[in-house]
Design a protein around this ligand. Structure first.
Ligand code: ADP
Ligand code: MG
Ligand code: MG
Ligand code: MG
Ligand code: MG
Ligand code: MG
Length: 665
């Protein structure tokens, strides 16, 4: 997330008048940057991660668990201009705003050097310092920054501290008060404008897990309140709605915060030039669903056990601003914008859009010796005008399609002070579209001043699907693995292409409960071959650990080989030991020997004495779970052994992890 512009945000009705203006100028800004930076070369392989936290209040005496929404001073104090910003800088970290008022995001101050093995092992210590600083900054004893993918009680009764009711005009949610949203005006405006563009509240329906005492999946959900306050939005099944928003047998959620209020792990990497960036992007397209599946950490939403393990489609639906026409659904009866006959003119200018602006990537970037246009077999709509303009300006077919597809979206938040921009020096109109296309990968473009000033970032790829894990040890392991795998791909120049519709299918499978043991994923096994893809369906164990029978080496063995070729004899033994334990974690997760966070949570909940096997996660059960998560994130010896098993547990204890957070200074 870049710096937040201050100013006067426009209501959707005003902002939409400038949508074409933003796109037209955004594309000029892109072209200005492209002209300069297409020839940028020999950049270093830098990389950096992003961690998102939620501040959670745990009261052991009453087993009470709340989401803490009045500690946003923590972010203010640690951000630039904040009174403790220097402490962040001294610790080589940076804090950033996030969607939730209960959230923090933190990154390293400067990216790491991916060409030095030693630099890979700075990330974990850096993550510890981020968490440590946040802990020090929080004034309440009971409040702790957890790296929890989804807050299990989000939207359940009185889940916030201080207590507040759902009554907000930004989201119009039945469950989430607007007070959970970051107070910076950008965030409530984003929430409201998504809802306004869509014509009604967002509707998220996640399959409910069926346990032995779960209510009939055909029955209405008694936890959905009745309300007839907001026309078109209060469209739950109690009303005689044509197309009720809440589906039976599902966990229903109705607000952006259910998605953007979840936490994830992201990694950004810089390629040496545009060509390498395109190769890396395409190579990671099918790695994204695999990283989602192996990091699965979100089996509970709105106090209910879900029949899936990850957050991804929750966020996707939580920011789905498509109109009924774009979604290929019936018009909203009598709606001023989208009500049947009245919207014919509006609809004429609209495309049918198969996916939300938060979703998996729709097309390869191409530009490599292995790419064939037949691999891009999804029908991703494009903004034809923008696409033509890019083609005419010298971008090739695939790059023009990539941006042409991003530019089908409208800008969601526009500040009246920022409508006119200098297209020679500014990129905000471009970034407005780019940074609200939340896909599994982001192709990050350099700014216009990136040449000849090489201190500015070059061409970068951001890997965005991973769920956040409870410990910095795990988050570091997944970051380091993703980056080393990327470097291995670049080094060996493997051919990772397969039809992108199969990647789409992998993305669906990655959501499934216990995908590690119950799913197979499409993967190209002949990665050393420039010809057609030999695609097989493999388990995550076979994909990560390799399979002789399927003739697939495995992602972990690829990383091991690369490390020995690249760093060989000069490698520091402590670094290699650390890498070994990271790979042991990932290997164990892939084989099922170490349960995923989601699987562990399910078992924890089902064994909790308060759980009635009715798929409902009570506050006391959620409290026990989050207390466990807190202890684990501090590497409490007992929880570490329970969660990771003997090998990794003993290693962490022997290496002094249990005392890292024990002396708050
Ligand atoms: P966003 O939210 O837009 O993805 P952030 O600033 O939160 O951006 O995170 C960007 C990540 O990219 C950080 O970890 C940062 O250290 C890293 N980074 C910054 N510059 C570079 C670079 N030149 N190459 C690679 N990574 C970089
Ligand atoms: Mg960020
Ligand atoms: Mg961001
Ligand atoms: Mg973020
Ligand atoms: Mg987020
Ligand atoms: Mg990011």
């Amino acid at each position: 997330m870049g710096l937040l512009s201050l100013g006067t945000p426009l209501h959707w009705n005003d902002s939409k008048k400038y949508a074409d203006h933003v796109r037209a100028n955004g594309v000029i800004q892109l072209l200005n940057s492209y002209k300069i930076s297409q020839g940028r070369e020999n950049d270093k392989f830098y990389w950096g991660d992003e961690i998102e936290y939620m501040m959670v209040s745990l009261d052991e005496a009453s087993r009470s668990l709340k989401l803490s929404i009045d500690h946003d001073y923590v972010l203010a104090n640690l951000s630039e201009d904040g009174k403790n910003y220097q402490a962040a800088v001294d610790n080589d970290v940076l804090f950033h705003p996030e969607y939730g008022r209960f959230m923090l995001e933190a990154t390293p101050l400067k990216p790491y050097d991916g060409t030095s093995l030693g630099d890979y092992f700075k990330v974990e210590n850096n993550m510890h310092r981020r968490r440590f600083l946040a802990i020090k900054e929080i004034k309440s004893e009971n409040v702790y920054p957890l790296t929890l993918t989804a807050f299990p009680l989000m939207g359940v009764d009185d889940f916030c501290s201080p207590s507040t009711l759902a009554k907000g005009c930004a989201s119009k949610s039945l469950f989430l008060p607007d007070e959970i949203i970051n107070k910076h005006v950008r965030f409530p405006t984003l929430t409201a404008n998504i809802r306004r563009r869509r014509g009604q509240k967002v509707a998220i329906n996640i399959p409910l897990y069926k346990d032995k005492n779960t209510r009939s999946l055909d029955a209405a959900d008694p936890s959905i309140p009745k309300r007839e306050l907001f026309p078109y939005s209060d469209n739950e099944p109690h009303l005689p709605a044509v197309n009720p928003a809440a589906k039976p047998g599902h966990i229903y959620m109705d607000s952006m915060g259910f998605g953007m209020g979840s936490s994830c792990l992201q990694v950004t990497m810089q390629a040496k030039d545009l060509g390498e960036a395109r190769y890396l992007f395409d190579s990671l397209v099918n790695i994204a669903p695999l990283m989602l599946a192996i990091t699965a950490a979100a089996p509970v939403f709105r106090g209910h056990l879900a029949d899936q393990d990850v957050r991804w489609n929750v966020i996707s639906a939580a920011v789905d601003d498509r109109t009924p026409f774009e979604r290929n659904e019936a018009p909203l009866e009598n709606h001023p914008l989208y009500g049947g006959q009245t919207d014919v003119e509006v609809q004429k200018s609209m495309l049918r859009i198969p996916k939300s602006r938060y979703d998996s990537i729709d097309q390869y970037l191409g530009g490599t010796e292995f790419y064939k246009s037949s691999y891009n077999d999804l029908n991703a709509p494009i903004n034809k005008k923008i696409y033509d303009e890019l083609l005419e300006s010298g971008l090739d077919e695939e790059l023009s399609r990539h941006f042409g597809h991003l530019f089908i979206r409208d800008p969601l938040v526009l500040f009246s002070e920022r409508i006119e921009q200098d297209n020679e020096t500014e990129m905000d109109h471009f970034e407005n579209i780019q940074s609200t296309n939340w896909q599994t990968l982001r192709f990050k473009v350099p700014s216009q001043d990136s040449v000849p000033n090489s201190n500015k970032p070059g061409w970068r790829i951001e890997l965005r699907p991973m769920e956040i894990s409870l410990t910095d040890f795990e988050n570091a392991a997944y970051s380091v693995f993703s980056v080393l795998l990327s470097r291995a791909f670049i080094h060996y120049r493997f051919n990772n292409y397969l039809n992108i519709s199969l990647v789409e299918d992998n993305m669906k499978r990655a959501h499934h409960r216990d995908a590690i043991n119950r799913e197979k994923f499409h993967i190209r096994t002949n990665i050393e071959d420039s010809g057609d893809a030999d695609v097989q369906e493999l388990t995550l164990d076979e994909i990560f650990n390799g399979s002789k029978e399927r003739k697939f080496k495995g992602l972990i063995p690829i990383v091991r080989d690369f490390v020995s070729v690249e760093f060989g004899e000069n490698a520091n033994p402590d670094d290699l030991e650390k890498l070994g334990i990271y790979l042991e974690l990932i290997s164990g997760r892939a084989s099922g020997a170490i349960p995923t966070t989601a699987t562990y949570f399910r078992k924890f909940i089902s064994e909790n004495p308060d759980y009635k096997h009715d798929s409902i996660v009570s506050e006391t059960t959620a409290f026990d779970l989050c207390l466990f998560a807190k202890k684990l994130s501090e590497y409490n010896p007992t929880t570490v052994m329970q969660f990771f098993g003997d090998n990794i547990g003993n290693w962490l204890i022997a290496h002094g992890y249990s005392s890292i957070f024990s002396k708050p200074a």
